[in-house]
Design a protein around this ligand. Structure first.
Ligand code: MG
Length: 396
């Protein structure tokens, strides 16, 4: 069996996604993958196109060797764009492997450790009572884990966004840590008083705090028993997590901006986090995400794979296949997609009563209608900008 073509498509289905098809010389056999990297879709697509020439004529079942080839070929390795490109191709290779085996991908990763993956949804509002209503709407849909935000990010510390200079350019918001910190503590006091202790509550700082601010917040939130506090610090300086850890027993989740196992290792080795939040498509695919979970296991660190709206249904499916197989699964971030997304990508994971279930079809169990996607071309878009009160950039 040989790879004959790699096709990459950037499509805007309400938002931009990067999808690939890896085609083989076997009649009708192909794999689908995804490398969506919000705001950087064209950079990933170009990297995939450049790398794809290396894959033509190779055996698609050699997932490990092809991963090592893609990681090593350019010499300039690593980073989010490069690893998302590898991730897209790796997912497609696992999809082919599953189709050849006649099994869903989770069977190739060790089989089921659980029937479904427990998911958390995103509750938010401008005031605590609005967030409470939003949390209750998730409980009504069967969720047992809910992320709660005033905002959605930055809470009372985030001044209203200024309009972009022209459509498509990023909006700018202004962040002040003190009102954010105080309003966030008040939010969780309100939620525990009104909703009680039955539900697992999560909160995402979105990398906006300094180490001492994050340590203060983690300590102040202890009475409200968070399931985890996410992304308390920017990802570059791993040693900063020691300060948060020493200050508090609030569980910590980190990793959506990580792009490899080498980002994770310093936090694992000192047990500075409790949940690893990488997105499988952003760390080089199923091959690397599974290795990261294996590395986390002896440190009793669990998975909480990144899964917001800017990861599409193929990336979501890859995450859920890993979720149900690994022993140290924690929770899965979950969003629902607009109908158009499901029309272009039939076969997405099933969701019921707070749990996600992988497809039982061979491979990832999801398909991709290229012709329909091409009718919805890429539209230029950027991530929003955040500045400090004085107008300087807030690097988070
Ligand atoms: Mg986050």
């Amino acid at each position: 069996m040989r790879i004959t073509a790699v096709r990459v498509i950037v499509t805007c289905l309400d938002r931009n996604y990067v999808f690939v098809k890896v085609i083989t010389d076997q009649d009708g056999l192909y794999g689908v993958g995804e490398g969506t990297l919000n705001g950087n879709e064209l950079a990933v697509a170009t990297t995939i196109e450049h790398a794809s020439e290396l894959l033509i004529g190779r055996d698609p079942l050699q997932t490990e060797d092809l991963w090592q080839l893609l990681y090593s070929w350019s010499y300039w390795r690593g980073g989010p764009v490069f690893m998302a490109a590898i991730g897209a191709i790796d997912l497609a290779l696992w999809d082919i492997k599953g189709k050849v085996a006649g099994m869903p991908v989770y069977q190739l990763l060790g089989g089921r450790s659980r029937q479904g993956a427990a998911c958390y949804g995103h509750a938010h509002g401008d005031e605590p009572a609005e967030v409470e209503d939003s949390v209750r709407s998730f409980l009504d849909r069967g969720y047992r884990h809910v992320r709660a935000q005033l905002g959605p990010y930055g809470g009372k510390g985030m001044a209203r966004a200024t309009e972009p200079r022209r459509p498509g350019l990023p909006r700018t918001s202004y962040f002040s840590p003190q009102p954010y910190l105080l309003s966030t503590v008040g939010l969780f006091e309100h939620l525990r008083m009104t909703i009680g202790e039955e539900i697992s509550l999560l909160h995402d700082v979105h990398e906006r705090l300094t180490p001492i601010e994050a340590a203060w917040l983690a300590r102040q939130l202890e009475p409200y028993h968070l399931f985890f506090l996410e992304d308390p610090l920017r990802p570059e300086h791993k040693e900063s997590f020691r300060l948060v850890r020493q200050a508090s027993t609030t569980p910590i989740a980190m990793g959506e901006l990580f792009s490899s196992r080498w980002d994770c290792l310093p936090l694992f080795e000192e047990q500075l986090i409790d949940y690893i939040r990488v997105g499988p498509i952003h760390v080089g695919g199923i091959t690397e995400a599974r290795k990261i979970c294996i590395l986390a296991e002896p440190y009793q660190i669990r998975s909480a794979f990144h899964g917001p709206g800017d990861i599409g249904p193929i990336g979501q499916a890859a995450a859920v296949h890993i979720d149900v197989a690994i022993p140290n699964f924690g929770v899965q971030e979950w969003v629902t997609f607009p109908e158009l997304v499901h029309e272009v990508l039939p076969g997405a994971c099933r969701f019921r009563d707070g749990y996600a279930y992988p497809s039982e079809s061979p491979g990832l169990g999801i398909d991709f209608d290229e012709a329909l996607a091409r009718r919805h071309p890429y539209q230029r878009a950027y991530m929003p900008l955040v500045r400090r009160e004085d107008g300087s950039m807030h690097v988070y």
